[in-house]
Design a binder for this molecule. Sequence first.
Ligand code: BES
Ligand code: ZN
Length: 561
Amino acid sequence: MDVHSYSRPDLVRVRHLDLEFDVRFDRKILDGSVTLHFDPASHPELVLDTRDLEIEAVENAAGFELGARDPILGSPLTIRLTPGCTWVRVKYATTPGASGLQWLDPPQTAGKQHAFLYTQSQAIHARSWIPLQDSPAVRVTFQGRVRTPPGLQGVMAAERAGEHFKMQRPVPSYLIALAAGALEFRALGERSGVFAEPALVDAAAREFADTEAMIRAVEEMYGPYRWGRYDLLVLPPSFPFGGMENPCLTFATPTILAGDKSLVALVAHELAHSWSGNLVTNATWSDFWLNEGFTVYLERRILEKVYGREREEMEAVLGRRELDREMASLPESDRVLHIELTGRDPDDGCTLVPYEKGALLLRTIEREAGRARFDQFLRSYFEHFAFQSITTADFLDYLRRELHTNVALDEWIFRPGIPPGAAEPESDVFHRVEAEANRWRQGREIDTSAWSTQPWLHFLRTLANPDMERLDREFHLNDSGNSEILHQWLLMAVRAEYRPALPRLEQFLASVGRRKFLKPLYTELMKTPEGRERARRIYAAARSGYHPIAQATLDAIVGVG
Ligand code: BES
Ligand code: ZN
């Protein structure tokens, strides 16, 4: 039972969708239809999830009714079926405020010339642009057709042929994705490439040059890549996430284009979802850690194979520290892996816990089993559950059958915090950074010339209450073009009320929509009366440029209006 869907796949199960979209930038709506194909109906009703859709007609059905709108779940669309029928067609249009769509005006893009649209369906936003059974337990194949105004290219996360798209492997609804804009393409390898606005596409191709090497690395460890092509789409900066693992076409924030490949862990992460998540999928949002914990574990294994052990260790330590920091502010009920979400928006369960605690559990099992045996286990896990949606209980049954582990699984999964005996990551590079940080605190000069992004982040986080003026004078972090370093610096500047960084802060908040950056900065600002005033002023101007998902998060922090 999925508490985040009105649909009843146990009664009628949809297997295939035929989608038609007209992208109407003039009205900020998708005008379209979906034909839903299912097994011959023995039950008289098909219930679909919808949110804020204008339903025009339902064809090949005996009638339909749109139910009341729930603030989290939207409105059930109940369709009366004729006996034995195998399809219905819903003609509909989206509304401009659809939670799963962001319509960008030309000034919000890199090129400033053309409008841009993209979807973000995870977790339960597909229903705001397609009426369907919006549960990750339901998998469908689909075909799509996307009509766009001249000069703008439409893409779907599927096999592409002009304006036609085809997904022949069954996927959950949260992986259905579409984008349209002025896009250019650069090949990265035989089966990989990158789409981006013309101004960014060459920088993106350089940044992502190791994509083929990453694909080969996962294949060697966990079996073949099963989705045909692997392309990336670089979105405008208001994209609320770092990345989204849409099949065949990862969506990514431009804030990872650092110029030195130092933020490509995100590519490793979204690529890894092609196994953990897209191939073997969480059946409900309470099982989200199966997607993200496995993916962070795989991401680190890719980094180790492609960039070496030191890089992997740094990323693992950074993740571990951030987990502790975030967990300290969470209620106990959110410090467990299998989380209770009844009556809650699944976006609320999206903390670092499923990511980093989940990955730490897998590291801990790996350490006990040995790497060779654990890799063999994972490979057979992906094979065994390929193209299925599974629960935490399914995973536990399979693990207990295949590997005899003494790790306290129930404690890890159902109880708060990190159990004793976790496989804690260590980084020698970071120990040296800590020594340098001590020297710096004593007023000495230090040599940072060899530091990449990760040592910088660790250095800054290690300094508790540094002399901000001296930091600024010696390292000029206001000028950093690296979004992670800049974000860390700005966060410290807000905490220390360091005024010379405020113009840069305002500019950053006005131009970037990535929730991971916005949330801590606004939260920190809200802690003082002066900061609150500043936050409200900045937010009032910036809000309309943020994605509805980021708006919802920030409305709760800053207060609307
Ligand atoms: N699938 C997630 C993004 C997501 C999660 C969207 C939940 C909506 C609801 C994606 O794979 C992800 O985890 N992105 C991370 C980056 C990653 C490197 C940790 C992000 O966006 O920060
Ligand atoms: Zn992920």
